[in-house]
Design a protein around this ligand. Structure first.
Ligand SMILES: *Cc1c(COP(=O)(O)O)cnc(C)c1O
Length: 327
């Protein structure tokens, strides 16, 4: 996987709210790692593919929705590694879209299953059946949510050598956040779930920490730093947005030149700015926010938003950097 931007840069963010309240904010630009295997998807796949080679697996199978960044990233990585890939897609309706077209072009087999079957994707029996159908394939959970994924995200903190009071990160499956916390070396961590009712994700963080403790590769005597979740900034649920979020993202782009995605990083930065305004993040603090990527989703989101006379203003500006390569 060539053309990697690693380590990703850490960029100071100039924003009127940050300067008015005397809080210094930096962003770690993991969105710039790779045009397809962007952000935390690259982090979560790197050791999964290492495991694939070590275990002599002859293919890879993973799960996702019809617009999944994780499926696109995994399909591309499988293509580059020259191994067959099966993309298990949620929903058996015969839809297509640029993400699924790209996955098909990588040579991956697209296997659409009903939403009811998809709901069983982590059950032992369901997995055993897939193992029979695809012997010797590495099966990666949805979103790369396994210990190998966590391990890749621990590496993010190895690239951070400054002193920060707070590390902020968006959350889907909590894999990235768990890796950051396990990477430690900074006093406190704040996770922003992109889903409604995201408090359950703290259970995922605990599970990953226990699993990491038991793992030979990750075990350490280290005491985890303080961490907590801020569940207020979901904007109605996963993949849902509100006009104030889109307006915030457009102004943030004008002020800082940093493009945010509507599903994850936009919600996190909205939350961070709001917490600073409310004085919950105090003057004099140094904050590092992780830009986990997701920019390729802007085009599809804009198709939905334009029907409501809304638009993410920088679709064109990011399009050049975040196009799927021709295969
Ligand atoms: C997938 C994704 C996440 C979610 O990461 P988890 O490790 O599942 O919590 C966050 N941000 C972006 C941009 C993503 O694409």
């Amino acid at each position: 996987m060539s053309e990697m931007q690693l380590p990703s840069r850490i960029q100071p963010v100039q924003h009127p709210v940050f300067s008015a309240f005397g809080v210094e904010v930096f962003m770690k630009r993991d969105d710039e790692i790779h045009p397809v295997i962007s952000g935390n998807k690259w982090r979560k796949l790197i050791y999964n593919f290492e495991a694939l080679n070590e275990q002599g697996k002859t293919g890879v199978l993973t799960f996702g929705g019809a617009f999944s960044n994780h499926l696109a990233a995994t399909a591309y990585a499988a293509h580059v590694h020259g191994v067959p890939m099966v993309a298990v897609v949620r929903g058996d309706e015969d839809v297509t879209n640029p993400t699924l077209d790209f996955i098909a072009k990588t040579g991956a087999e697209i296997k659409r299953i009903s939403r009811a079957s998809y709901a069983q994707k982590n059950d032992a029996e369901f997995i055993a059946n897939l193992e029979k159908l695809y012997p010797n394939f590495l099966i990666i959970p949805e979103g790369g949510a396994n210990l190998a994924g966590v391990r890749g995200c621990i590496d993010i903190m190895k690239e951070v050598d400054g002193d920060f009071d707070l590390i902020a990160c968006p959350m889907g499956s909590a894999t990235t956040f768990s890796g950051l916390v396990l990477g430690g070396r900074q006093p406190s961590f704040l996770g922003f779930p992109a889903v409604k009712g995201g408090a359950y994700l703290s259970g995922h963080v605990h599970n990953f920490m226990h699993a990491a403790k038991r793992s030979k590769r990750l075990a350490s005597s280290f005491t985890p730093p303080a961490w907590q979740l801020c569940t207020d900034y979901h904007f109605g649920g996963f993949g849902k947005v509100k006009p104030e979020l889109i307006q915030f993202m457009n102004v943030f782009w004008e002020e800082t030149g940093i493009p945010l995605d509507p599903v994850y990083t936009g919600k996190m930065m909205f939350g961070l700015v709001d917490l600073i305004k409310k004085g919950e993040i105090k003057t004099g603090q140094n904050v590092l926010a992780i830009h986990t990527g997701g920019l390729q989703g802007i085009k599809g989101m804009n198709e939905r938003l334009r029907k409501k006379n809304l638009e993410i203003a920088y679709e064109e500006a990011v399009a050049a950097a975040f196009t799927f390569p021709r295969l």
